[in-house]
Design a protein around this ligand. Sequence first.
Ligand code: SF4
Ligand code: SF4
Length: 168
Amino acid sequence: MIEVNKLDPKFRYEVMRERGGEKISHCFTCGTCTASCPVNEVDEAFNPRKIIRMIVLGMKDNVLNSDFMWLCAGCSSCQERCPQGVSITDIMMALKNIAVRNGITHPAFQVQASEIYKFGRLYEVGDLNDRREKLELPRIPEKPEPIRKIYELIGIDKLVESEEINQE
Ligand code: SF4
Ligand code: SF4
C-alpha cells in the first residue's frame, strides 16, 4: 500500500543527480530488467522494475530502509538489456550512497566496515603471521591507519560501530 502523505516527490531528482540516475524517468516499466536479474530468480521480492517505479513515485523511506539495493549483485544484466538506457546497476549503487548519506546502512555492511576499520582488512591476522614466519612467508602487514584516514576523508567513519572500536 502506498501512503501518499509519505511520498517525497523530490526523491527521483535526488537520484537523477547521481551518476547513472539521469535517465530514470525514461523507464516504461517493461520488466526486462527483472526478467534478466539473477537475484530475482532466487528471491522474487528483489525486483528492479519495482524499485525503479518506487523511486519515480517518490517512495524514499520505503526504498532507503529496504534491503533492495544491498541485495543487488552488480552484474549489469539489467542495464545491458534495458531498452530505455536506464542505468539500473548504477542506480542501485547510487541508492547505497544516498542511504549512507542519510545514516542508513545494511547491518552486514556495517560489520564489514567495522572489521576493516579495526584491522585494515576483513579479518584479524591473529597468529597467522607466526605460522607464516615458520613457513618463511612474509608477514601480512597490520596497519589499519591508512584505511582509517580514508574512512575519515569520505565520512564513513561515523558509520563504524563505536562500541567495537572502543573495545580495542
Ligand atoms: S528494463 Fe528499463 S525500461 Fe524496462 S522496466 Fe527495467 S528500467 Fe524500466
Ligand atoms: S545489476 Fe543488480 S538489479 Fe541488475 S540484474 Fe544484476 S543483480 Fe539484478
